[in-house]
Design a protein around this ligand. Structure first.
Ligand code: F6R
Length: 242
C-alpha cells in the first residue's frame, strides 16, 4: 500500500485527477469507480477544471457508483445517483447513460445486486475512488462485513447515519437505514484503488486501515490485500500514523 500525505485536500484532488488524466492518455476509454460524500469532491473539482480547460474528456468512458441508498424517491437530491449527476456528469462530458449505480428502487433488490455486481466485474474498473467512514467502512461495507462480499443490501450503523445526517438537514433519522453497496471483493477487483481521507475525524480510521491488522471489523483494512492501493491523506488524517 502506498500512502501519500499531501498538505491539503485540493492538492490531493489534483494528484488523483492527474492519475485519471494519465489513464486517459493510455486508454481511449476508461472505467472509473466513483464514490460520493465529501472525500472525492476535490478530485471531481479538479477533473471538471481540466475538462473546462479542454485538457480532459470522459466522453468515451464509463463509470460505476459504489453504493446507493434504498428507498429514496426517484430523483431525491441526496440519492447517490443524483449527487454524481450534479458533481460529475453535469460538469464533465461523461454521458449520464454511461454511469451506472446499484438500483436502490428495484422491486427485487437481490436480483438488482447480482446483476450490478456481474456488470461491474465484467466492465473491469481501472481506478476506484474510495472514501473511508469514521467506523472504517468502504462503500457501505460496515464493520463486520465479509472480506469476500459481493454487491448486497446492508444496514447502516448508527454512527454512519449520524455522520451522513449533514446531507439530510442534520437529522440522523432522515438518513435511510438501508443501502446497496458493492461488496469488499467487488471493490478489490478494481485494478487500482485510491482511498481519500481529509481531516482529523478520519485519523483513527486511517491508522487502523493502514497499520492495523487486516480485519472485517475495519473493512478498509482490506486494501492491504490489494496489489495496487494508494491512500491519499492530508496531515490531519495522517496524524495517527506511526
Ligand atoms: C460513499 C461511500 C462511503 C463514503 C464514506 C466517507 O459513496 O462509499 O464509504 O466514502 O462514508 O464519507 P465522506 O467522504 O463524506 O466523509
Amino acid at each position: 500500500m502506498e500512502v501519500v500525505i499531501v498538505p491539503d485536500a485540493a492538492t490531493g484532488g489534483r494528484l488523483v485527477a492527474g492519475a485519471v488524466a494519465a489513464l486517459l492518455r493510455e486508454h481511449s476509454s476508461i472505467v472509473l469507480g466513483l464514490a460520493t460524500g465529501s472525500s472525492p469532491a476535490p478530485v471531481y473539482d479538479d477533473l471538471a477544471a481540466r475538462h473546462q480547460r479542454g485538457e480532459l474528456s470522459l466522453a468515451g468512458s464509463r463509470a460505476f457508483l459504489l453504493d446507493e441508498y434504498v428507498g429514496l424517491p426517484p430523483g431525491h437530491p441526496e440519492s447517490y445517483r443524483a449527487v454524481i449527476e450534479r458533481e460529475v456528469v453535469a460538469r464533465l462530458d461523461l454521458p449520464g447513460a454511461a454511469v451506472r449505480g446499484p438500483d436502490g428502487g428495484a422491486t427485487d433488490l437481490e436480483a438488482a445486486c447480482r446483476d450490478y455486481d456481474a456488470t461491474v466485474r465484467a466492465a473491469g474498473v481501472h481506478l476506484q475512488l474510495l472514501g473511508v467512514g469514521t467506523d472504517g467502512h468502504i462503500g457501505f461495507n460496515e464493520p463486520g462485513s465479509s472480506l469476500g462480499s459481493s454487491t448486497r443490501l446492508k444496514t447502516l450503523t448508527a454512527q454512519t447515519r449520524r455522520d451522513n445526517a449533514r446531507f439530510f438537514g442534520g437529522d440522523p433519522e432522515a438518513v435511510p437505514r438501508h443501502v446497496l453497496t458493492q461488496g469488499i471483493a467487488t471493490i478489490l477487483a478494481a485494478r487500482h484503488l485510491v482511498l481519500l481521507a481529509w481531516g482529523e475525524a478520519k485519523a483513527d480510521a486511517v491508522a487502523a486501515l493502514v497499520e492495523g491488522p487486516l480485519t472485517a471489523m475495519v473493512p478498509a483494512s482490506a486494501l492491504q490485500l490489494h496489489p495496487r492501493a494508494t491512500v491519499v491523506v492530508d496531515e490531519a488524517a495522517a496524524a495517527g500514523l506511526r
